[in-house]
Ligand binder design. Structure first.
Ligand SMILES: Cc1cc2nc3c(=O)[nH]c(=O)nc-3n(C[C@H](O)[C@H](O)[C@H](O)COP(=O)(O)OP(=O)(O)OC[C@H]3O[C@@H](n4cnc5c(N)ncnc54)[C@H](O)[C@@H]3O)c2cc1C
Length: 313
């Protein structure tokens, strides 16, 4: 960033809020990533909008970061401003409309809030690390409650609309259709829109039933996924391919336990790589290349990563 770009950011938010050369690893679930030139934490949707207006008006390269649960940040970090979204205000109306700023954390914060208010619709996503913005970007999904588990539920099923900032700086409300939601997909992947806040239509629900779903889903995940606090990861690395789970293909190739540097394919789930403490983005990229080559050679399928790559590698 040049001197003028630093000056406008610091004039708007103060020098103490625009951090320079700030390491990103702690803000990702993989605990990997070099420094951002500039780092700003937006504490409200209004601050988020103001920061986005400035970066757009002054052509400052930027990235909006949620919980960092679906990205790999390069070892050389990010040239420009990382705006971490910590805008979390929320409310729920008597008829179950949950209005929330886009940095709100889905689990546990929002789910607990909805359950305690007696409204159902998002409890299925217990245990998944995500902000509301990230959830809309990716169309957060999980298996329907036990015993059925015969279908995948998607967050878009309860989305009413969202307040978006578009790349030209305008703000509009857009309903669910605008998002063109699909599996791991939404218009946000291509449009450059940033979600400022969103509304979800929830239904009255029994607290006992919701608590049971949460317990069962957390137990289901605990059996199959490495614990994030001791085995940092970015969740699933590769997309499903023609309806076949990438984990199944990687497992068929006997790759569980494979290690490159500080990165290991966990024994619990072949589509998840864990950071053994000193893992780097270069290790992750090398492991991705090795998996793609091996799976293609052994099965004929070419896997594609589902995580986003951010910054310089
Ligand atoms: C252990 C683990 C388990 C997981 N399990 C699941 C699962 O079961 N189901 C599932 O669907 N996913 C799962 N994931 C993936 C991850 O939880 C989701 O993709 C989540 O939605 C990411 O949200 P985030 O806030 O961390 O986004 P980030 O990773 O911070 O960002 C992801 C993308 O969203 C964009 N973005 C963030 N905020 C906004 C905004 N306000 N407006 C526009 N774009 C924005 C970012 O710029 C970036 O491009 C898992 C991940 C982990 C680590």
């Amino acid at each position: 960033m040049n001197a003028e770009q630093w000056a406008v950011l610091e004039a708007e938010f103060g020098t103490d809020r625009i951090l320079r050369d700030h390491r990103l690893a702690p803000y990702t679930t993989f605990k990997i990533g070099g420094p951002a030139d500039g780092y700003f934490e937006a504490r409200s949707a209004d601050e988020l909008a103001r920061a986005l207006r400035l970066v757009s008006a002054h052509e400052i390269p930027h990235f909006v970061l949620g919980l960092g649960a679906n990205i790999l940040v390069g070892d050389r970090g990010f040239r420009g401003l990382v705006i971490r979204n910590a805008a979390t205000a929320r409310s729920i109306s008597d008829d179950g409309i949950l209005t929330v700023e886009s940095g709100a954390i889905v689990w546990p914060d929002l789910i607990e809030f909805a359950v305690e208010s007696g409204f159902s619709g998002i409890e299925h996503y217990a245990g998944i690390p995500s902000t509301v913005g990230g959830a809309l970007w990716q169309n957060l999904h999980f298996l329907a409650p036990a015993p059925a588990r015969e279908r995948t539920m998607f967050i878009d099923e309860v989305v009413l609309d969202a307040r978006l900032m578009h790349p030209d700086g305008s703000i509009t409300n857009r309903d669910r259709d605008y998002f063109d939601f699909g599996y791991d997909q939404s218009i946000l992947h291509h449009s450059g829109d940033i979600v400022l806040s969103a509304r979800f239509q929830l239904e009255p629900g029994s607290k006992d039933r919701m608590r049971r779903i949460i317990r069962e889903n957390l137990a289901w995940r605990a059996e199959r996924h490495p614990p994030l606090d001791t085995e940092p990861s970015a969740g699933s690395i590769f997309q499903k391919i023609e309806g076949i789970g990438a984990g199944r293909l990687i497992d068929q190739c006997g790759m569980k336990g494979t290690r490159i540097g500080g990165i290991e394919i966990t024994h619990r789930h072949a589509n998840i790589m864990i950071n053994r403490g000193n893992g780097t983005a270069a290790d992750v990229r090398a492991m991705i290349d090795r998996v793609v080559e091996t799976v293609e050679r052994e099965t004929g399928y070419r896997l594609k990563p589902e995580i986003a790559f951010v910054g310089e590698f």
